[in-house]
Design a protein. Structure first.
Length: 394
């Protein structure tokens, strides 16, 4: 029988941070993961360069049924703390946009950093190892696993959510939570592209697949994000779309301002006065690509010289471009979602220690909890912070 002080299930961002920190405190730490490689989500993140944190990380960048829950952990391990760790290991990085920090080279730099911290502190990591059952004992927990029986004083669930199952995501952490009497808030895909099924819009998206439009304002349910949008052969993606997907619910209408930096009624009126012989397609091609301008006009408007439009027609054009309203079909789901919304109810977990308020010695960290960050490094910062916070008490 294997014996350890701390057993962590999940060798992702939160689990590895917790393991390194707890082991550095002198605790015997064992990490188990059913995958064949640690940190798979780290490796694919940020287009292979890992957006590992955000300079402007604040509690209001996170969604949760209890919006105050994340404050304690984020305050005790900040973005500056992780940046310090990155500097310690000599990992070169840069700010890409809106405070998002990316590796100059590749995501594996961050994974190697974490594995080096674990190795230095003496944390043990076993991959390709499934956990079959968990039992509470007088002294902690007894697990049946591919390694045989394992006992521990503290058990940390760092298994993540349901997003990107091809990387090994499962509902195991939720099963453990249910087993020990925890409430689960409904889960759904977050930071995920939308699909479009309306035939005309579907054709438009397919024709424009790969086209990006910079700094659009996308709004839904009182939330707005100004970032790029991307047309795909399935529908819409890009940073602004991924962000708003966490606030959208089936049946909701999404509003897209394709040109929020331009006063369109004034711009169109000026063009009509000064360039009245120019066609609408020609003028819009100065704001979009030529192909996009042509497709938008063919789909939404009639094309003619600007001087031939009535004031009412110009108003309609401005309204359509600045408030494109659509009710997308379901998102692409967990298959391409970057995060899972919902999860273990944080009202049943200590915000200070991340320990279960129902079962002493049981901890939940990272994405398995009902805490989800915005796009741009926030989810990684929650992983670092929650893993570090729990490690002080396991």
């Amino acid at each position: 029988m294997l014996q350890t002080d701390v057993l962590i299930i999940g060798a992702g961002a939160a689990g590895l941070m917790c393991a390194a920190t707890a082991a550095a405190r002198g605790r015997r730490v064992l990490v188990l993961d059913h995958a064949n490689k640690a940190g798979k989500k780290i490796l694919m993140s940020g287009g292979g360069r890992c957006n590992f944190t955000n300079l402007y990380c604040e509690p209001n960048n996170f969604l949760s049924g209890n919006p105050h829950f994340c404050k304690s952990a984020l305050a005790r391990f900040t973005q500056w703390d992780f940046i310090g760790l990155v500097a310690k290991h000599g990992v070169p990085y840069h700010e890409k946009k809106l405070g998002q920090l990316f590796c100059d080279n590749k995501s594996s730099d961050i994974l190697e950093l974490l594995l080096a911290e674990c190795a230095e502190a003496g944390a043990q990591i076993r991959l390709d190892t499934a956990v079959h059952s968990i039992e509470k004992t007088a002294g902690g927990f007894l697990l049946q696993s591919d390694l045989g029986e394992v006992t521990c004083q503290s058990l940390v669930i760092a298994t993540g959510g349901l997003s990107i199952p091809t990387l090994g995501a499962t509902g195991f952490g939720y099963q453990v939570a249910r087993q020990f009497g925890h409430e689960l808030l409904p889960t759904r895909a977050g930071l995920v592209p939308f699909t479009i099924t309306d035939p005309q819009l579907k054709t438009l998206c397919t024709e424009l697949s790969g086209t990006s439009v910079e700094d659009c304002r996308v709004s839904c349910n009182g939330q707005s994000f100004v970032e790029n949008i991307l047309f795909t052969h399935r529908g819409l993606s890009g940073p602004a779309i991924l962000q708003i997907s966490s606030y959208w619910q089936p049946g909701d209408t999404m509003h897209i301002d394709l040109l929020p930096h331009i006063d369109l009624p004034e711009w169109l009126a000026t063009q009509q006065r000064e360039r009245g012989n120019s066609e609408l397609k020609t003028l819009l091609a100065e704001l979009f690509t030529k192909k996009m301008a042509t497709l938008l006009v063919d789909s939404w408007f009639s094309n003619k010289p600007l001087k031939q439009y009535t004031p009412g027609e110009l108003k309609t054009i401005a309204e359509h471009l600045s408030d494109w309203q659509l009710g997308p079909a379901p998102t692409e789901g967990y298959r391409t979602a970057e995060v899972t919304l919902g999860g273990v109810n944080t009202n049943e977990v200590s915000s200070k220690t991340l320990e279960s308020l129902k079962v002493p010695g049981l901890y939940f960290i990272g994405e398995v909890l009902d805490v989800t960050g915005h796009l741009g490094g926030f989810n990684f910062q929650w992983a670092w912070a929650s893993g570090y916070a729990a490690a002080q008490y396991v």
